[in-house]
Design a protein around this ligand. Structure first.
Ligand code: ADP
Ligand code: MG
Length: 336
């Protein structure tokens, strides 16, 4: 297996498709603020300023191209025994969940996202299937599904989903129920159970927007080696002001911001090479401690909107992406 360990933090942008109806239901016939240039395939031009990343995908990129270019290298690292994390960041409605493949609905091949594509390749490489006795299998594969909602972590596959994980029962909130994976059917089942249990609330931004962070982990057990591939679908990064909600939804927004700001602080500390990383400042970063650290390969997908009315959010997302690229990470082989 030819693995490139040099690039341990990979950052990519993906342009969301153009919406026909704008914010607050007003038809917005506006110019796109994003440009892509053939000469600089790694760059995106936002309102005239050029930003370069490791990959830059316009709205025409297919799910398959995105997976092959961005995520397949991470799958190879996970199979070789390294802990890896793929994380989607961006404002609501820009295609984070679509890209990550968190949906439990059956869909045509072209729309299938990252989680099922990862599992398909991992099962293939490890010679696991549900057709026959797995004598030739090179190990076992499991998956877990955790949600962070209102500064509480929930195991979405637990019998009592309303009981938050505590640091007493789950040190560092790692773990959660692990289900064996032998086929796409097994994955679909946990996505269905997890989706049913996720807290979804309508906001002005997107009437099906998820107000929680979701983490699917594929565990690869090969002998004594246990590596994890974490796929993280973060809640919308738009500011509380923008969601324009009152009451419970507003409180949700505050907690979402707390978690995302926590990630920013953790990234800044990892960039500065500090030994003390402020994981404990939010539940999200406490949960991510096992998947966002100096030994874990990270691929960040930032999803951005082409709309002029979203420019401030897009620029803030680009800033987040640039900060992520500064992180100093040295992947190390994972043990039990
Ligand atoms: P987010 O998770 O960032 O809030 P979603 O993934 O839910 O956004 O995307 C919003 C809507 O746009 C969904 O209906 C999704 O299926 C659709 N969508 C997003 N990106 C694409 C794309 N590249 N191609 C086709 N549909 C997309
Ligand atoms: Mg979403």
């Amino acid at each position: 297996m030819n693995i490139n360990m040099k690039e341990s933090v990979v950052v990519a942008v993906r342009e969301a498709p153009y919406r026909n109806t704008g914010m607050q239901g007003i038809n917005d016939i506006e110019r796109s603020v994003l440009e892509f240039s053939r000469e600089c395939p790694k760059a995106v031009i936002v309102d005239g300023t050029v930003y370069s990343f490791d990959h830059s995908f316009d709205s025409k990129v297919s799910q398959e191209q995105l997976y092959r270019t961005l995520i397949h290298p991470l799958v190879l690292k996970a199979l070789a025994g390294y802990d890896c994390t793929a994380m989607a960041y961006g404002q609501t409605g820009t295609g984070k969940s679509y890209s990550m493949g968190m949906s439990a609905e059956r869909m045509s091949e072209e729309h299938v996202g990252i989680v099922p594509r990862c599992l398909k390749d991992i099962l293939k490489y490890m010679n696991i299937n549900d057709q026959k006795e797995n004598h030739a299998a090179m190990g076992e594969v499991f998956a877990s599904f955790i949600e962070v909602y209102n500064e509480k972590a929930y195991d979405l596959l637990a019998v009592d989903v309303n009981e938050p994980l505590t640091s007493r029962t789950h040190p560092r909130f790692t773990g959660g129920t692990c289900m064996p994976m032998k086929s796409q059917k097994d994955l679909l089942q946990i996505l269905m159970l997890g989706t049913k249990n996720r807290h979804v609330r309508a906001t002005n931004m997107n009437n099906n927007s998820s107000r929680s962070h979701a983490i699917v982990t594929i565990h690869i057990q090969q002998g004594f080696q246990h590596s994890r591939l974490n796929i993280i679908d973060l809640a919308g990064s738009e500011s509380v002001r923008r969601t324009g909600n009152e009451g419970v939804a507003r409180a949700e927004g505050v907690f979402i911001n707390m978690g995302l700001m926590g990630i920013n602080k953790v990234m800044a500390s990892l960039s500065a090479g500090r030994s003390l990383i402020p994981y404990r400042e939010s539940i999200l970063t406490t949960v991510l401690q096992a998947s966002l650290n100096s030994q874990c390969s990270l691929t960040l997908l930032v999803c951005i909107s082409p709309h002029a009315s979203d420019l401030n959010e897009t620029l803030s997302t680009i800033r987040f992406a640039k900060n992520a690229k500064q992180m100093k990470i040295t992947p190390q082989l994972s043990q039990q």
